[in-house]
Design a binder for this molecule. Structure first.
Ligand code: BG6
Length: 492
């Protein structure tokens, strides 16, 4: 028996992501059985009100996968409980409600039941909700009765608040019960980085400073801020995309092979990567970072007329260890960009000796070999390399080998929440962030954010919506003898 309680049941994430993911898992027969799904929020409504509302939103967000009869079967296990996180009585009543669902009327001999508490509320309630669960005795485990808590991002707003939140949650749950979610880690293409690196022999020998000259990790989006100014104005791109998603992708790309694919070994290696990135001084931040703001950002509802919030950022980082010493790793992310692209570009070094006459004559650097891992919306891998132009003397041009996930797949890749919800229900924390990992990421971001907020940094440079970001971004890259690899993916 399993129970999943979603705190923040009336929120956007629940209807857009969590319930469609659970519905899809049910449809694929992957959910543990029996399972009670309980929505918890302050709004007074009945179970059937909530189910009806969710039927509409799931139809919209699970789109083609939606079938009324499958939904009806799924919805039979969906319940609603109106409660207030601020009130301890709500938690004793929730506990009783869960016991009734889990045991029916046979309260005398309760069946073993694993419970998963999912905090999808406003972040200000994460600490309080875990405290209330602890005080109500709802975090105590016994054999056959696991108690786990999933915490959505953002996990704190800087190192200090993340440490306070870690302390609060860890007073009530053991670290092994805590699942800090970063939905990028549930993406199939992100997980494929590990398969590519550690299930093949041909990449790993060259995956180091001897062969790789630089790495670029990009997460560009076309979307703008819309109605999210309340959150975004104080978050900005560093907290919103870098502290979590971009650094998580970086750890997958840069980590050492773990001894085993399990939560401890994988996360130990990821933490080592983050610990190898030195915190920057203010002077270093001025050189190694860049920020921008899309021009119409200040016209968005709720945005201050003189807002300095960055909607675009770029960083140059170094992972100071044997594998990566001296290899610049460029991270960038922006909203309102020309196209949505999340990708990793591995730029290999130039060949050590140039012997073909034409190539020698040009004296220009070769384009270099490049491995492009397209994470989304294009989902695939490209290798860029030089080939001979037929029927010439030894002239060459760049060619590509392409792999697309879609060639081997009917339908779409599953949403990241499917994978993560299933892992949390099954007790596999490999793809969730550990407390030391979150704190190590904040240690990298905090000094950069601090410098950005200080008077020393230039104001964010404006860029046009639908562009490739601030004009200075290209010159900034050139100052490091590098250039961005920009490609709006053609998805076919
Ligand atoms: C969220 C950020 O964590 O990730 C958003 O808060 C961002 O600002 C989103 O748009 C991007 O996620 P995805 O899966 O669409 O790339």
């Amino acid at each position: 028996m399993h129970s999943l309680v979603i705190f923040g049941a009336s929120g956007d994430l629940t209807s857009r992501k969590l319930i469609p993911a659970l519905y899809n898992l049910f449809r694929k027969n992957r959910l543990p059985k029996p399972l009670n799904i309980v929505g918890f929020s302050r709004t007074k409504m009945s179970g059937s009100d909530w189910r009806n509302k969710l039927a509409g939103t799931t139809k919209q967000f699970a789109a083609k996968a939606f079938a009324q009869d499958t939904w009806d079967n799924f919805a039979a296990q969906v319940h609603y409980f109106a409660g207030d996180i601020a009130q301890s009585e709500s938690f004793t009543a929730l506990d009783a409600f869960l016991k009734t669902l889990e045991n029916g009327t046979d309260a005398a001999s309760p069946a073993p039941c694993n419970r998963l508490f999912y905090l999808s509320t406003a972040p200000m309630f994460y600490g309080q909700a875990s405290e209330q669960l602890g005080q109500a005795g709802m975090s105590v485990e016994s054999p056959g009765n696991s108690r786990r808590i999933v915490i959505e991002k953002p996990f704190g707003t800087n190192l200090e608040t993340a440490q306070v939140l870690n302390d609060t949650v860890q007073r009530n749950f053991n670290e092994s019960q805590i699942y800090r979610i970063d939905h990028y880690l549930g993406k199939e293409t992100v997980n494929n980085i590990l398969i590519l690196r550690f299930a093949n022999t041909i990449f790993e020998p060259i995956w180091n400073r001897n062969y790789i000259g630089s790495i670029q990790i990009t997460a560009n989006e076309e979307v703008m801020i819309g109605h999210r100014a309340g959150y975004y104005e104080s978050a900005g791109v560093l907290r919103d995309m870098f502290q979590n998603h971009l650094l998580q992708i970086l750890t997958f790309a840069a980590m050492e092979p773990p001894a085993r694919f399990d939560a401890k070994c994988v996360r130990d290696e990821k933490v080592k990567v983050l610990q190898s990135i030195q915190s920057m001084t203010e002077d270093e931040v001025l050189v190694n970072s860049l920020r921008g703001q899309y021009r119409s950002y200040r016209d968005e509802p709720g945005v201050a007329a003189n807002s300095q919030t960055a909607t675009y950022g770029a960083l140059r980082l170094f992972v100071n260890n044997w594998r990566w010493n001296g290899v610049p790793i460029f991270l960038r992310s922006g909203k309102a960009m020309s196209c949505r692209t999340t990708q990793i570009v591995i730029n290999f070094r130039q060949p050590p000796h140039r012997m073909f006459a034409n190539d020698k004559a040009s004296m220009l650097p070769l384009p270099g070999n490049r491995l492009v891992l397209q994470l989304q919306p294009a989902e695939g891998i490209q290798i860029h390399f030089e080939t001979k132009i037929p029927d010439t003397d030894m002239q060459m041009r760049s060619s590509q080998l392409n792999f697309n996930f879609s060639d081997r797949l009917s339908g779409e890749l599953p949403d990241s929440y499917e994978r993560l919800l299933l892992d949390a229900l099954q007790g596999d924390a490999s793809l969730f962030a550990r407390s030391d990992e979150v704190e190590a990421a904040w240690r990298i971001i905090d000094p950069i954010q601090k410098c950005w907020d200080s008077g020393r940094m230039l104001d964010p440079e404006f860029y046009e919506k639908g562009s490739l970001g601030p004009a200075h971004a290209d010159r900034w890259m050139e100052s490091f003898a590098n250039h961005w690899f920009d490609l709006c993916p053609v998805i076919g």
